[in-house]
Write a protein that binds this ligand. Structure first.
Ligand SMILES: Cc1ncc(C[n+]2csc(CCOP(=O)(O)OP(=O)(O)O)c2C)c(N)n1
Length: 343
């Protein structure tokens, strides 16, 4: 049920440059996420969905995928993975501030409703669960068409209890579709704790019921996630079918900017989550193997601060969507509206 903890990146086939890139994107994601939260508190960004605590999961799997070749049906906390695959900080901020040129949805969807056509990232929907069978549908189509693309499908532990997810996993296992299911288990579905939504200790135990391997990894250890992701992606690419990975991680912030987790998490629980923060953990690893020091950290923070500030500045100055475009792409024939703007 669990993979061996891998201590050194070289053993996984990762170069020093690879892990330094992984750390850079992790730090960038953390800063962007922080700034989006602040912009929300300032009344500028209307809805923030923090990904803090999930970065090691998102980067671990993104590093195991081929950008623009494999398909991603992400969890909404996967900002770090999107950045790693090539989504730019500008694109993220334009999406966050719902500007007209937003590549995710033209400013129509809430933040974190990711989507990127060129990078093969499928847009997600607000109801939790349906994106999982949709991801399996893509994988089934790929199988029928031939080729070696893989679909990565992410979701939370709460979502894993939805009927759609079970049906999707069953179908995927029967048809050996080229996909990986990744449950990002942070122990909460908003305020509902894991023990109130399932009677098993590990979500991955369910995999046996469908006939696919179930793997539990420390989702705060990016190398451990990468090792499991790489194996699962290779398995799917080779036509051997899906794998279920449960990455146990932490949610460092409230569920969204509309939530106040002080109502259901004690200060001790929040402190405990901080102790498992994946970012300082990875930084410590890089220091231990001689690839990082305080000077490099200071230079990196300065560099990414400029990137984030520039992205915010850029997005703030972009035009909002036009009211006349509200139903664009909703109806096949956009001329359906009368001159008064009504159907
Ligand atoms: C079908 C459905 N039910 C409820 C919601 C409200 N909702 C949005 S996110 C969420 C929690 C999901 O928790 P989990 O899957 O564990 O992901 P996490 O937010 O913890 O990363 C809920 C209940 C929804 N969007 N869709």
């Amino acid at each position: 049920m669990s993979v061996q903890t891998v201590l050194y990146h070289q053993d996984l086939g990762l170069s020093d440059e690879d892990v330094l890139k992984m750390y850079r994107v992790m730090a960038l994601s953390r800063l962007l996420d922080d700034r989006m939260w602040l912009l929300n508190r300032q009344g500028i960004g209307h809805f923030a969905v923090p990904g803090q605590g999930h970065e090691a999961v998102a980067i671990g799997y993104a590093a195991a995928l081929r950008p623009g070749h494999d398909w991603l049906v992400p969890h909404y906390r996967d900002l770090a993975g999107l950045l790693y695959l090539g989504v730019t900080p500008r694109e993220i901020m334009v999406h966050y501030l719902a500007k007209a040129e937003d590549v995710m949805s033209g400013g129509r969807q809430n933040y974190a409703h990711w989507g990127h056509t060129r990078l093969r990232i499928k847009t997600i929907s607000s109801p939790q669960g349906p994106h999982v069978p949709q991801g399996v549908g893509i994988a089934y189509a790929l199988k029928l068409r031939g080729g070696d693309e893989v679909v990565w499908i992410g979701f939370g532990d709460g979502t894993s209890s939805k009927g759609d997810v079970h049906e999707a996993m069953n179908f995927a296992a029967i048809h050996k579709t080229p996909c990986v299911f990744c449950c990002e288990n942070n122990g909460y579905a908003i305020s509902v704790t894991l023990d109130k939504q399932m009677a098993v200790e590990n979500v991955a135990e369910r995999a046996a019921g469908y006939g696919m391997p179930g793997v539990v990894v420390d989702g705060t250890n990016v190398l451990e996630v990468y090792a499991a992701a790489k194996e699962a992606v290779e398995r799917a690419r080779a036509g051997e079918g899906p794998t279920f990975i449960e990455a146990k991680c932490v949610r460092l912030y409230p569920h969204t900017s509309n939530d106040d987790d002080r109502h259901y998490r004690t200060p001790e629980e929040r402190e405990e989550a901080k102790r498992r923060d994946p970012v300082p953990k990875f930084r410590q690893y890089l220091q231990d193997v001689g690839l990082w020091d305080e000077e490099k950290e200071a230079a990196l923070q300065e560099e990414i601060l400029n990137v984030v500030e520039e992205a915010i500045e850029y997005a703030m100055q972009r035009p909002d969507p036009r009211a006349e475009d509200a139903v664009l792409h909703v109806y096949a024939d956009n001329t359906i509206l009368g001159s008064d703007g009504y159907l």
